[in-house]
Ligand binder design. Structure first.
Ligand SMILES: [Zn+2]
Length: 380
C-alpha cells in the first residue's frame, strides 16, 4: 500500500461503515498541514469545494466507475472537470471539516458506498507521477497540533462561529434547546491523539446534523455561561457605568475612516440602528445583532468586564464599544470585506470556499451578498 501524501503515516485505517457507528469509511494519512496530496488513481475531477464533515473536499470520478474522496484539505490545486492521472497534484493537507489534526482522509465509493481503499493504493508499476512509492507507515503516534484530546465535533469551530453560522443558515438553534449529549465521537482516535474525523453518510449530505448537535451543546454551554454571567453581573454592575464614561474604548463615534463606515453600515443593515432590537428567531440582540452567547466574552474583551444582556440592551454606548472593538479586530486582520464576512458568519467563514459563500443560507442571503451589501452601504 502506498500513500497519496509523501511520508504520511496511517493514523486511522478503513473499518467500513461510518464514524457515527464506530466504523471508518476511509484511510487517514497524518501529515503536516500544507503537505502535497497526489491522486491515487486517474480520472476526472467531479467537484471541488466544501463537503460538510469532509471539510474541503475533492471528488474524483475514477475510470473504473468508483469515486475517490480527498477530504479535510487546506487548499485545492485542481478544478472541477479537470482530467487527472495517478500522481497528479490534487491539493494540500489540512484540518478542515470534522477533523482533529491535519490529515488526508482518502475514501473510495462504489455505487455510493464506501469500499476498502487499499486496492486503490497498491502501486502497480503502471502509474506515473509522484504518488509516494514508499510503503505507507502503519500505526499512529502522530501528535495532533491541538493535543488531540477533544472530540472532533468540539474542535471543529469556534462555538461563536458555529452559532453565527447557524444563524446565517437560518437555522438559529431553537430556544431552550436540549442539553448536550447523544452525539458520537471518534473517542478512540481522540484518546490516541490521532488525527481523525467524524465522516458520516448523513453528515456528508450536509453540515446540518453536525451543526444541530453542536448547537445543542452550545446551548448547554451558553446556559452555564449565562448563570456565571448573572453572578458576575452583581460584582461588575457598580463599576460598569464609570468605566464606560471614562473608558478609552467607549465609542460615541470613536471609530473613523473606513472602519467607521463599516461599523455604521453593519449597524444599519442589522437593525436599522435600533439599539433595543431583538431577533425573535436567532435571539440576536441590539443594533449590531450580537448573539447573546457572545456578549459576556466580547464585552470582557472590549471593556475588561462582562456585562449582562439587559445591561447590553439598555446601553447604546456599550453596544458601540463592543462592536467597535470586535469589528476593529476583524478589520485589521481581514480588511473590510473579510470583517463583514466574519461578522455575518463567524471567522471560520474566511476559510469557506467561494461556493459555500455564494450559497443562499436558508431564508437568509448568501455570505457574499451580505458582504457586498455592507460594502455598498459603506461606500467601500
Ligand atoms: Zn478518515
Amino acid at each position: 500500500m502506498y500513500s497519496p501524501v509523501k511520508g504520511a503515516r496511517v493514523s486511522s485505517r478503513y473499518l467500513g461503515g461510518f464514524r457515527s457507528t464506530g466504523g471508518h469509511s476511509g484511510i487517514d494519512f497524518a501529515a503536516p498541514a500544507g503537505s502535497k496530496i497526489y491522486a491515487a488513481v486517474g480520472g476526472r475531477v467531479i467537484s471541488v469545494g466544501w463537503g460538510g464533515a469532509y471539510g474541503n473536499l475533492t471528488k474524483v470520478q475514477h475510470d473504473d466507475g468508483t469515486v475517490g474522496y480527498y477530504a479535510h484539505q487546506s487548499r485545492f490545486a485542481v478544478k472541477a472537470g479537470q482530467r487527472i492521472s495517478a500522481g497528479s497534484l490534487l491539493g494540500f493537507v489540512g484540518n478542515t471539516g470534522n477533523s482533529t489534526g491535519s490529515h488526508l482522509h482518502f475514501e473510495v465509493r462504489r455505487n455510493g458506498k464506501p469500499t476498502d481503499p487499499i486496492p486503490f493504493l497498491n502501486f502497480d508499476g503502471k502509474r506515473t507521477g509522484s504518488l509516494s512509492k514508499e510503503p505507507a507507515k502503519q500505526g499512529g503516534s502522530f501528535a495532533t497540533p491541538q493535543g488531540g484530546m477533544l472530540p472532533d465535533i468540539i474542535q471543529m469551530t469556534d462555538p461563536n462561529d458555529t452559532l453565527a453560522m447557524l444563524e446565517a443558515q437560518g437555522m438559529g438553534a431553537s430556544p431552550g434547546g436540549k442539553a448536550a449529549g447523544g452525539f458520537s465521537t471518534p473517542a478512540l482516535d481522540a484518546a490516541a491523539g490521532r488525527p481523525s474525523e467524524q465522516t458520516d453518510l448523513e453528515q456528508s449530505l450536509g453540515r446540518e446534523a453536525g451543526l444541530i448537535q453542536q448547537s445543542q451543546m452550545m446551548k448547554a454551554m451558553q446556559a452555564q455561561q449565562a448563570a456565571y454571567q448573572t453572578s458576575m453581573m452583581q460584582a461588575t454592575a457598580q463599576q460598569a457605568p464609570a468605566a464606560i464614561s471614562q473608558g478609552s474604548h467607549s465609542s460615541g463615534g470613536g471609530a473613523s475612516g473606513d472602519l467607521g463606515k463599516l461599523i455604521n453600515a453593519i449597524r444599519a443593515k442589522e437593525s436599522g440602528g435600533s439599539y433595543s432590537a431583538r431577533n425573535r428567531h436567532s435571539g440576536a440582540l441590539g443594533a449590531y445583532q450580537i448573539m447573546p452567547g457572545n456578549i459576556a466574552s466580547w464585552s470582557k474583551a472590549a471593556l475588561g468586564y462582562s456585562v449582562s444582556q439587559s445591561q447590553f440592551l439598555a446601553n447604546p454606548k456599550l453596544q458601540d464599544a463592543i462592536a467597535q472593538h470586535r469589528l476593529g479586530q476583524y478589520f485589521r486582520k481581514y480588511g473590510a470585506s473579510g470583517a463583514a464576512l466574519a461578522w455575518y458568519a463567524g471567522e471560520g467563514a474566511l476559510k469557506y470556499s467561494e461556493g459555500a459563500r455564494n450559497r443562499k443560507q436558508g431564508s437568509y442571503p448568501s455570505m457574499n451578498s451580505y458582504v457586498q451589501d455592507i460594502l455598498r452601504r459603506a461606500g467601500l
